[in-house]
Design a protein around this ligand. Structure first.
Ligand SMILES: NC(=O)C1=CN([C@@H]2O[C@H](COP(=O)(O)OP(=O)(O)OC[C@H]3O[C@@H](n4cnc5c(N)ncnc54)[C@H](OP(=O)(O)O)[C@@H]3O)[C@@H](O)[C@H]2O)C=CC1
Ligand SMILES: CC(C)(CO)C(=O)C(=O)O
Length: 306
């Protein structure tokens, strides 16, 4: 299976790197600066599962991209989605499947409009990864999984083929018959975690130690849950139990990738992760007052970045 990984940042570099390490046919669609970095130093993964340097990984620039690939693994940030779509579109043929790993949901509509819903799978990943100053991929915690599936729940032949192609590359792969539900739950978790830790500029444990911290985090979780319910994807009880446990664990160092982006002064996916949730809630007459404050705070950060 020919796999095009769009972007070689934190998650694209991590999952694409593990696939390459496992001998899969992987090419990274990158921009010139990242192409030069990968050429010079290889793709370096620093990970609790073992460090590896993959010298001279296969890369391609948008201008040189030829049809067609079997699978596009989309790993850009939401604010780069339009550019990324323009870049990888030539790689998409009649049988290409597009598997996005972005947080949030709105990218599915954008991909559907451009390529047609039949080509677009649902997907999400769980990993904590970042690029360090040397532009190496650093995995910050052991968890690493990709969950994906047909949005109508079918266990199709291409889902089986993609499962086989992604398997045995160190990370977990789950083919899900309920991928939209899983994406909504991931969104609820991520929006709670990113919203609360970014607004308070502190990991979960520190927020909890502050007066009103637990009420604040659980209030954000309730608001995100209410929006998911209004959208027809009520989070399931085991998910809520697990999530409540994670966001109320005393002393927890847990943060979100958005928190790391703010610490680095980088752009953030505030519209995609928080703004879109508020908008969907308002459309369903489900107000999210805490999320609105968080969103204003995040947009003020974005404005100050210029
Ligand atoms: N980091 C994490 O731990 C997790 C992140 N996520 C989600 O995954 C998504 C990606 O996040 P993350 O990996 O952290 O982001 P990064 O910024 O680390 O990586 C995104 C990469 O996409 C590349 N890119 C953007 N546009 C293009 C383009 N037109 N052509 C080629 N490459 C392009 C960027 O390239 P360039 O270097 O040239 O800018 C960059 O390397 C987000 O939606 C995030 O919320 C989900 C789970 C965990
Ligand atoms: C919550 C987490 C770590 C799970 O993968 C994530 O998606 C993020 O930080 O962006």
């Amino acid at each position: 299976m020919r796999i095009l990984v769009v972007g070689a940042g934190a998650i694209g570099g991590y999952f694409g790197g593990r696939l390459l390490q496992a001998g899969r046919d992987v090419t990274f669609l990158v921009r010139p600066k990242r192409a030069a970095e990968l050429k010079a130093q290889g793709l370096v993964l620093n990970s609790p599962h073992g460090d590896v340097t993959l010298p001279d990984p296969p890369t391609v620039l948008a201008a040189d991209l030829q049809p067609s690939f079997d699978l596009v693994l989309l790993s850009c940030k939401a604010f780069d989605l339009d550019d990324a779509i323009a870049a990888f579109a030539p790689a998409v043929g009649p049988a290409t499947a597009i598997l996005p790993l972005l947080n949030g949901m709105a990218h599915l509509d954008v991909l559907d409009r451009k390529f047609g819903g039949d080509r677009v799978l649902g997907g999400q990943c769980v990993v904590a990864a970042t690029l360090n100053a040397k532009r190496e991929v650093v995995q910050l915690a052991p968890m690493h999984s990709i969950t994906f599936g047909e949005r109508d729940g079918a266990l199709s032949a291409r889902v089986e083929a993609i499962t086989a192609a992604l398997s045995s590359a160190m990370f977990e792969v789950h083919a899900s018959p309920a991928i939209l539900q899983e994406m909504w739950e991931k969104w609820v978790f991520l929006a709670t975690l990113a919203g609360a830790t970014c607004a308070m500029r502190a990991p979960v444990g520190v927020v909890l130690a502050a007066p009103g911290g637990a009420d604040f985090i659980l209030g954000v979780l309730d608001e995100c849950t209410a929006v998911a319910e209004a959208a027809g994807y009520p989070p399931r009880a085991p998910f809520l139990e697990r999530t409540r446990g994670m966001v109320t664990a005393a002393g927890s160092p847990l943060t979100a990738s958005m928190f790391r982006d703010i610490q680095a002064g980088a752009p953030i996916e505030s519209e995609h992760v928080i703004g879109d949730l508020i908008a969907r809630g308002e459309a369903a007459k489900t107000p999210s007052p805490r999320l609105r404050v968080i969103f204003t705070h995040l947009q003020a950060y974005q404005l100050q970045r210029g």
